[in-house]
Design a protein around this ligand. Sequence first.
Ligand code: ACO
Length: 208
Amino acid sequence: RHPGWPARLGPLVAEGGGVGLRPPRLRDATDWSGIRLRDREHLRRWEPSGGDWQQRNAASAWFGQWTALRGMARRGYVLPFVITLDGALVGQLTVGNIIRGALRSGWIGYWVSSAAAGNGVATAALALAVDHCFGPVGLHRLEATVRPENTSSVRVLEKAGFRREGLFERYLDVAGAWRDHLVYALTAEEIPDGVTSALVRSGRARRP
Ligand code: ACO
């Protein structure tokens, strides 16, 4: 067992409804695949390259994804969440590359379906994850990399209080080419009351 895992977080109520995070389940295959196949154009521009979209997002591919995520979670390297909106799966949020010792850090990444986007869902999910990481999980620093062109994701990070630290040039193979990424970060002492409280105070979310 690793601190803070497994966990169910939320709900936190955003404009779109009640946002929660929970571990992925084997029976998420159909929902996950349905969104990923429908939303190819919405997702593909921003996600790491990796073979045929249809194949790797087919319902039959979920078993492999789920097994890999569960294995890494058991070893304490990853916190893999699905994002739910009023109980329905609408995306994923993953805390990866978790390193303990004197670094106590990880990166964070997420996607939300086009149907659920634009209603504060990603921001609420990020707030829940950050507070959990700096609380029960015991991390000190979270990092997120984002393409400068991805204005809505940049906005999500800024609303959650992440600071821009710099530019990683030709950092990641995304949609078939090496893309520059902005690096954003947040350390625990920057938000002593948590991101969730800050969102609630600013009126962007409320507790149920
Ligand atoms: N230009 C500027 N701002 C925009 C634009 C745009 N074209 N489109 C949306 N926005 C703003 C919204 O108005 C909102 O800001 P506001 O609250 O100040 O109005 C913000 O961007 C979006 O905030 P949320 O509603 O909390 O986020 P949402 O639930 O819509 O999810 C996300 C955003 C995750 C980027 C979603 O669109 C998505 O999954 N995109 C495809 C995959 C992706 O890009 N994932 C992120 C990769 S980077 C990373 O993981 C760190």
